[in-house]
Ligand binder design. Sequence first.
Ligand SMILES: *Cc1c(COP(=O)(O)O)cnc(C)c1O
Ligand SMILES: [Zn+2]
Length: 422
Amino acid sequence: MNKFTGYRCSLCGNEYLPGQVTYTCPKDGGNLDVIPDYDFIKRKFHPEDITSRTEASLWRYLPLLTVNEPAGDSTPMHAAGWTPVFSLPRLADKLGLKHLWLKDESRNPTASFKDRASAVVVTRAREVKAEVVVTASTGNAGAALAGMSAAVGQKAVIFAPKSAPQAKVAQLLVFGAKVILVDGTYDDAFDLTVKAADEFGWYCRNTGYNPFTLEGKKTAAFEIWEWWLATHRDWHKKDSPLDNHSPLSIFVSVGDGNIISGIHKGFKDLLALGWIPTMPRIIGVQAEGSAAIANAFYDNTETITPVSATTIADSISVDLPRDGVRAVRAARETTGTYITVSDGEIIQAIAELGKMGVFAEPAGATAYAGLVKAASLGLVKGEDPVLVLNTGSGLKDVRAAMQAVQPAPIIEPTLEAVKKIL
Ligand SMILES: *Cc1c(COP(=O)(O)O)cnc(C)c1O
Ligand SMILES: [Zn+2]
């Protein structure tokens, strides 16, 4: 049984029944939104039915998900999501903010936000009885697909650019996926994957192509909602300094635009159910060298013009974003905005987060780099509550991490040498 009523094209608005389409709109190639059965959910569930659950993973949101529960329990598939939120008072001070938090997605089972998407897509793949799931990836989407597939014994094939960081390639291989490195860019790998899926009848997970990646990614919004409910019960009390606080600003790094669109979708679901009164502000951060979506946002258009992407943040290095239109809307419809940051600012952000005990890969630190810039521009200030996502672990790209720090000295094993260095 399908747990959704159909799909709606984000471009032409055309609706399709569950069996009519699989990936994008047949008319215009637009990204499809999976339509949950809102009436059913509304009738059957209340927020407390979710918040009282003990499941510490994204599967606690099963009533709001458009797939059924995966087979088996306590596999790594059940460790996706439910990531911690840390408060960062020292960084807040530096930025002139009072309320700054970071949600650490590097705690996911394969160490990036992508596990949310892959857990749900692999579950969908089992529902449609797919023999093989395939994805193009700059590394993390593949690692997540490989890891979640391994967890439930699903066959997976990954196409990645041959320039993908070693640690990510190692993950793919260790999880036992069939790994094919493409002598080309992520975009080349993407197109090849779509062709291969078509040719061999594989189920394609590609980001911004398979509608269920968004369904996984929206769970981060549900967690932010629950965290907000749990930690801010007092905000409306009489003497609370946050009595008239502005909405939560959420900073998220953007490549294809699927994470930001997923977070937007999650909050739209909650709004449609009447479970939240208003939307948070969603602020997308792109690398200057890979800013096709930010460009469209600033040009006030939904036409995404490809760029020739170059940035140290490999996970958000994208020529042609595959979920650009919804990503533009995520900021536009929530009074958010887009920020672009240089590679130097990204590296600096790795160093600053590191000193708070958070080890981010370049694309993960990009969101914080965007906040630094937004604060300097006065886009967020003072009492504004701010949540930054770290989307991936620094262990994914150790070479980039080393650029954020001074190399350690090497000394003779004597106390004299130690004294000299101190
Ligand atoms: C994929 C990824 C992103 C960007 O997500 P998009 O959906 O491509 O915008 C950001 N950070 C990390 C670590 C990622 O792996
Ligand atoms: Zn369409």
